[in-house]
Design a protein around this ligand. Structure first.
Ligand SMILES: [Zn+2]
Length: 97
């Protein structure tokens, strides 16, 4: 029996990947943007590759602005970058065990 993995499309590079390989960036009702580590928070979400430079690329191309139809300032991107780094570190650590 094959279990079908739902795929999500990266808003930066357009690649389809399983949710495990991606992070969900969330726009909360308050308008705050953050990385949704659980993937279960309410709000409008956009998926982006955990590995690779996709966050850096959408920062340059203003991809998040387009997805969320709002202004995303430099501080938001700085925070997202840090949150994504932390998630990536965590994943690496788990995979190395
Ligand atoms: Zn990507």
């Amino acid at each position: 029996m094959s279990k079908k993995t739902p795929l999500r499309q990266c808003i930066s590079c357009g690649t389809m990947k399983s949710k495990k390989e991606m992070v969900r960036i969330l726009k909360k009702k308050s308008g705050e943007i953050s990385v949704d580590a659980t993937g279960r928070e309410n709000g409008r979400g956009a998926y982006i590759c955990t590995e690779s430079n996709c966050l850096m690329n959408i920062r340059r191309s203003k991809g998040l602005e387009r997805s969320f139809k709002m202004r995303v300032n430099e501080e938001d991107y700085e925070r997202l970058t840090k949150e994504l780094d932390a998630i990536r570190d965590n994943k690496r650590r788990q995979e190395n065990i």
